[in-house]
Design a binder for this molecule. Structure first.
Ligand code: DGL
Length: 261
């Protein structure tokens, strides 16, 4: 098979990475995709490094045996834990995601920036190094929003429960001191509106890393002469190393990818 006609794989602990795949499908409609959700093991962000590293290794090994040309780790948590090791092990290009702190700081004024992510991402060295490098004025604060991953996996995107949870986590912040909130977990994108509303400050910027990731994917495909002109945007869904067959879930995935959710 011509390498260009192989699939682009997306990997996440669950449905978070679908928000990235949705954007990729718009920018790169003539590709075919595989989406791997590690539904059996989600959430990652509250588990131990060793456990999560094991989950990631198994998932990527499975994907490597499929016909793939590029891997997008559409998960900040998995990227912060394993991207180095994955790149050392596999020959195909691997694109990771990290909280979009860089654009947030580059475009910032004088107010503070709240970086939200999973507990695991927030405590990892990768984010610490990034902040040491670019947050020279010390203007970021970190907040974990782990429960949002669980709400998203139940497709509870707009209910009272996620709203109350976000409000309780935000209660100690005065958002008049803040100009931006970074969504450093792909699952959090489903709650963008609730997060904006719960911050209660008109015009506060909500920043995510999706656009940067998809642009990077586009660049890597071109640079490596891997872009296909013949795909039709098809997606093969994998649920923790087995094909996804659940009709309800497949319906929800399709709605997410069509932008209905
Ligand atoms: N979606 C993932 C991320 O971007 C991780 C969520 C989880 O499994 O805790 O960090």
């Amino acid at each position: 098979m011509d390498t260009k006609e192989k699939k682009i794989a997306f990997f996440d602990s669950g449905i978070g990475g679908l928000t990235v795949l949705r954007d990729a499908g718009i920018l790169l409609p003539t590709e075919n995709y595989i989406y791997f959700a590690d539904t059996v093991n989600v959430p990652y962000g509250t588990k131990s490094n060793e456990q999560v590293f094991g989950f990631i290794s198994e998932a990527v090994e499975y994907l490597s045996k499929k016909s793939i040309k590029v891997l997008v780790v559409a998960c900040n948590t998995a990227t912060s834990l394993a991207i180095k090791e994955l790149r050392a092990k596999y020959e195909f290009p691997i694109i990771g995601m990290e909280p979009a702190v860089k654009p947030a700081i580059i475009n910032s004024g004088s107010k503070r920036i709240l970086v939200t992510a999973t507990t695991l991402t927030l405590k990892e060295e990768k984010l610490e190094n990034l902040l040491n490098e670019i947050d020279t004025d010390n203007k970021t604060d970190k907040l974990s929003l782990d429960e949002l991953v669980k709400f998203a996996e139940k497709f509870d995107f707009k209910g009272e429960k996620p709203e109350n949870y976000i409000k309780s986590k935000f209660a100690e912040y005065d958002f008049n001191d803040y100009e931006a909130i970074v969504l450093g977990c792909t699952h959090f994108l489903y709650f963008k509106d609730l997060i904006y509303k719960s911050a209660g400050k008109n015009g506060i910027k909500i920043i995510d890393g999706n656009e940067g990731t998809v642009n990077r994917l586009n660049f890597i495909l071109k640079e490596n002469n891997l872009a296909s002109a013949y795909g039709n945007g098809s997606v093969e869904f994998i649920n923790s190393c087995t094909p996804e067959t659940d009709k309800f879930r497949l319906g929800m995935f399709s709605d997410i990818l069509k932008g209905k959710i």
